[in-house]
Design a protein. Structure first.
Lengths: 576, 94
């Protein structure tokens, strides 16, 4: 048995056989051929088959994944039609009298190297595209099965270096019980995919996991970020018990999912969800969320080659708002920076992008990005309960600047005679310590706050949450973070403004009693956690939790605080 | 033989979607079409087949650079005109 520590990328526990997701190394050797013309015919037939395959994957991606995922395959098709690449392969076969496989491999490698040499993320991605396409043709020539993931026959834990959209689009997700990656982070493609599927994922456990045998057992604890290789009988039993308990609690809480969360002493808490697409919206309703506390909009911008148009955004937001009818939906404006691969935005690489020109800071200098989004949101909000919030606010002047842009959009829409949502509530994410410290000033500028505990923790503790070596420190249970949360809530209440939380802490069972005691008004989390947190809140007395929260904030470590909660509220120990 | 010089003024230059649109448009013509530009640092002249996405991408044409479109063949005038128009219209962006 071996325990590997990683980054918690998606909650939950699973036990299953390892499936090593390996990009096959195709073995190609050079041989002399006598009939180059026949070899060219073989090549042409393989390219034709490859194009058919890509067209089919493109269609599949369009219906099952996103437009952005699908565009990758559109690009693949163009590479296969590239006259320079094709003539180079043909020339190799004719002049060098070598086999089609060798000619294809050499040429793809040469073009790919040329792209990789440009030392730019955009070109590096194209280099990968060329190798992807080249390998597809090689597999056809060699008669090798399409993708290793096609071999997934029974429920398995996918183990990989890291996964890209082109890897996962073909994966039979109904057979994946969890993801464990050697690299990657809580914000990588794999992590987002896993959270959307509601299955556990642990990222960044290191290369060792890649040498683990296929079909050997592995336990993934996505909540605590741990992978246990070859677990002994006791560990398997222990985790099976935890899975069973979680399952029982979930089943029980699901029975009351659609009832409001009212504490024993009669306080109603709003329990809403964090989502990023229409599937999340549907899952929210099924799980009894009373609206959306965080609608991420990044999905519209990633993995594509140009800015989404206002109309495209309008349609996307409208589709989501329609699901919620009159329930509140808080749309967060674009939250990206230099760490995201969005080549078409022309963002300069920054030495520390988490402290760089990201999110609202970027939007304020890029009206070409900001305005279409605000206009699309305002238009989509007609007849719905839309609220808008800005991420990464550090000062009150930033809020005023953002409001000014919003006012301009309103004016334009009015002049154009476009229908739009009027007088909507405007809020901000409180995720930078400076914002928390001047929350009294900020509260005067907005209608509500939403505390983003993931960033608030990493900025307060100065610990990068994507770095496994210090991820421990980036924990919202540290009293420094909890005290900031307390101050933010009381500053907002002084101004009669309400406070929500959309960071992971809001969906953490052990945090619920403390947050209730601190006076949080709205809890926003991934949809599957909604019924569980509602059930917990219903079992608590808000008044009593005030004392618990005060006591917790005097302790020193996250462990002490969690222990205190477990002692005072024993039934929660079962859930955590 | 027909050729013209145009200023590339869209945000991402000849990359991503604009590059795809350019190559797709070029592929519709029978003529041989070349596109060339001058390296802003070394002043070296770079040239690529306008029907090759990989060739066009590696030219590295960014916003503010001039490109020369050169066509040779039966539909050369039409080809040069269409491609130049596409660039001038910023590939239909904004």
């Amino acid at each position: 048995m071996k325990r590997l520590a990683g980054i918690p990328a998606s909650r939950g526990i699973c036990i299953g056989p390892v499936f090593q997701f390996i990009r096959q190394e195709l073995v190609v050797s050079e041989c002399r051929i006598d009939d180059p013309q026949k070899e060219i015919e073989r090549l042409d037939a393989a390219i034709c088959t490859a194009k058919d395959q890509i067209s089919r994957i493109y269609e599949k991606a369009l219906t099952e994944a996103s437009q952005a995922d699908a565009e990758i395959f559109q690009a693949h098709k163009m590479i296969l039609e590239d006259p320079e690449l094709l003539s180079e392969v043909r020339k190799k076969i004719l002049d060098g009298k070598c086999n089609a496989e060798f000619a294809m491999k050499e040429t793809a490698q040469a073009f790919s190297d040329m792209m990789a040499a440009m030392k730019d993320e955009y070109f590096a991605a194209r280099a990968t595209d060329i190798m992807d396409v080249g390998n597809r043709v090689l597999r056809i020539l060699l008669g090798v099965a399409e993708s290793p993931s096609a071999n997934l026959k029974s429920p398995s834990v996918i183990v990989a270096d890291d996964l890209t959209p082109s890897d996962t689009v073909l994966l039979d997700k109904s057979l994946v019980v969890g993801f464990c990656t050697a690299r990657g982070s809580a914000t990588s493609h794999t992590a987002i995919l896993a959270r959307g599927l509601g299955i556990p994922a642990v990222a960044g456990v290191g290369d060792e996991v890649l040498h683990h045998n296929n079909n050997a057992q592995v336990i993934l604890d996505g909540t605590n970020g741990e992978a246990i290789l070859d677990p002994d009988e006791a560990a398997v039993k222990d985790y099976q018990q935890r899975i069973q308990t979680a399952h029982t609690i979930r089943e029980a809480s699901m029975k009351h999912a659609h009832e409001p969360a009212v504490t024993l002493d009669g306080r109603h808490l709003e329990v809403v969800s964090n989502i990023g697409n229409v599937e999340g919206a549907r899952s929210s309703i099924e799980n009894g969320a009373e609206g959306v506390g965080l609608l991420r909009t990044e999905f519209l911008y990633l993995e594509r080659s140009s800015l989404p148009t206002e109309e495209e955004q309008f349609q996307a937001y409208k589709a989501i708002l329609d699901v919620f009818d009159q329930l509140p939906v808080i749309l967060r404006t674009l939250d990206v920076g230099g760490d995201k691969e969005i080549p078409y935005m022309g963002l300069a690489a920054e030495s520390n992008s988490f402290l760089g020109q990201r999110a609202l800071r970027l939007c304020l200098v890029r009206p070409d990005i900001f305005k279409p989004q605000l206009r699309a949101a305002l238009r989509a909000g007609v007849g719905r309960n839309l609220k808008i919030m800005f991420p990464m606010v550090a000062t009150a002047s930033e809020v005023r600047a953002a409001r000014k842009v919003m006012d301009e959009c309103v004016l334009e829409l009015r002049q154009e005679g476009q229908p739009f949502a009027e007088n909507i509530e405007i809020g901000i994410m409180v995720e930078i310590p400076s914002a928390a410290l001047v929350a009294d000033q900020l509260a005067k500028e907005v209608d509500f706050f939403s505390i983003g505990t993931n960033d608030l923790s990493q900025y307060t503790m100065a610990a990068d949450r994507t770095n496994p070596k210090v991820a421990d420190l980036s924990n919202a249970f540290f009293p420094a973070v909890l005290r900031l949360i307390r101050d933010v809530i009381s500053a907002a209440h002084q101004e009669s403004k309400w406070v929500g939380m959309c960071g992971e802490l809001a969906g953490e069972p052990l945090a619920a009693p403390i947050l209730l005691g601190l006076g949080l008004d709205e809890f926003s989390m991934s949809p599957p956690m909604v019924p569980v947190v509602k059930q917990i809140l219903r079992s608590l007395n808000a008044q009593e939790m005030q004392a618990l929260a005060e006591q917790a904030l005097q302790l020193e470590t996250p462990q002490e605080i969690q222990q205190l909660v477990k002692e005072k509220v024993p039934f929660i120990a079962e859930l955590a | 033989m027909k050729e013209t010089t145009v200023l590339v003024n869209n945000k991402v230059g000849l990359h991503a979607r604009p590059a795809s649109l350019f190559v797709q448009a070029a592929a519709k013509y029978a003529s041989n079409i070349q596109v060339s530009c001058q390296d802003p640092d070394t002043k070296e002249l770079r040239e690529a087949n306008a029907k090759s996405i990989l060739g066009v991408l590696t030219l590295g044409v960014f916003q503010g650079m001039e490109i020369k479109i050169h066509a040779d063949g039966e539909d050369e005038s039409q080809a040069v005109e269409t491609l130049a128009e596409l660039v001038k219209n910023n590939f239909g962006e904004d």
